[in-house]
Design a protein around this ligand. Structure first.
Ligand SMILES: [Mg+2]
Length: 352
């Protein structure tokens, strides 16, 4: 039996091409077979040193366990049945992703094939550059750059501006990209139920592809009311870090599209994707492009991948985007190789 022997970790702060500089913890989970499972977790900011100590504590707890038995490991780490702070869920998710990488490398297969292998190219959308506080000429130019670099879909963030400003933003964006490019709208829970309905009706002529996090993510009834009132598909889920949170979301038809974050781990995200499939719902990922693309390629109800490039410099090669689709690597595991010089170059002083 293969055994987990320990880990190496790196804390880095890195961004790329106008994306936000993210503070990431890179985990390299090691085994007695010489296979190393890699993963990263993100959105840590000043919490990185504390998160790092939880990751190391969790790895210590599983030394000697079989990396090919992730459910046994998750049981030990997540104390199933008890609510868990997100911080600990995130640390456990780093380990889960690294375990999938080891499993793929041991089998000589890419992770998305082991998880289901529904497709080897996945639709993706550009999810950076288009922010609400920029002038509208810049919004138009940024959107044109995304189209020029091969994207067929992109996301914009709204939420705090007046209704007329929001409409103007969408009009400029739609005119810049033309009728064939999909535009996702994310409001990060900033609207009330009535605002969400009123704003979305005003934006409808510009054909948003989906409305994301329309209102508070703990207000399941509010999400359901918004979803029922508008014709544009709704999407939510990025803030949930427990699979149980998705039960009311899908059971009460609060959304049309379920979004999963890496905090669930690839194992938890796969369970949620299967739950969504039972209810006829699509699934999409939140951030961690290089990792969660595997889930979307794996499952039949995978819709599209959020392409956010803030961790790209950490890897020697990443899946290319061709005709609006991410082309999955055929290399074993996650198909990612860490760039040692980048890990040194971007080392975050507040971390290691
Ligand atoms: Mg979002």
């Amino acid at each position: 039996m293969m055994k987990i022997t320990g880990c190496r970790t790196h804390v880095v702060r890195v961004g790329h091409d106008e994306s936000i500089n993210g503070v990431h913890i890179v985990l390299r989970l090691q085994t007695d077979a010489g296979l190393e499972g890699i993963s990263y977790i993100t959105r840590l900011h000043d919490a990185a040193p504390a998160a790092l100590s939880v990751v190391r504590l969790y790895v210590d707890r599983i030394v000697g366990m079989d990396p090919l038995a992730p459910e046994a490991i998750t049981d030990r780490l997540l104390l199933r049945g008890r609510p868990l702070p997100w911080f600990e869920a995130r640390a456990a998710s780093a380990i889960d992703v690294a375990l999938w990488d080891i499993r793929g490398k041991a089998a000589g297969q890419p992770v998305y094939k082991l998880m289901g292998g529904a497709r080897d190219r996945v639709a993706c959308y550009a999810s950076w550059r288009i922010e609400p506080d920029k002038d509208l000429d810049k919004v138009a130019r940024s959107a044109e750059r995304h189209v020029a670099s091969g994207f067929r879909a992109m996301k914009c963030h709204l939420g705090r501006e007046s209704l007329s400003r929001a409409v103007e933003h969408m009009r400029v964006l739609r005119e810049a990209v033309g009728p064939e490019v999909d535009i996702m709208v994310d409001v990060n829970q900033q609207w009330s139920v009535k605002q969400a309905i009123a704003y979305t009706r005003a934006l409808a002529p510009f054909q948003p592809y989906w409305l994301e996090d329309a209102t508070s993510n703990v207000d399941f009834e509010g999400l359901r009311q918004v979803s029922e009132a508008i014709e544009i598909p709704t999407c939510a889920g990025e803030t949930y870090y427990s699979i149980a949170s998705f039960r009311p979301l899908v059971e009460h038809r609060c959304v049309d599209i379920v979004m999963v974050d890496q905090d669930l781990g690839l194992s938890g995200a796969l369970k949620v994707a299967h739950l969504a499939e039972i209810y006829g719902l699509k699934v999409v990922p939140h951030l961690a492009t290089e990792i969660l693309a595997h889930l979307i390629a794996a499952v039949s109800n995978g819709l599209t991948v959020e392409y956010y490039p803030w961790a790209l410099p950490l890897f020697k090669q990443v899946p290319p985007v061709e005709s609006g689709e991410l082309v999955m690597s055929s290399r074993p595991g996650l198909g990612l190789e860490l760039d040692e010089s980048a890990l040194s170059h971007y080392a975050y002083a507040g971390g290691n």
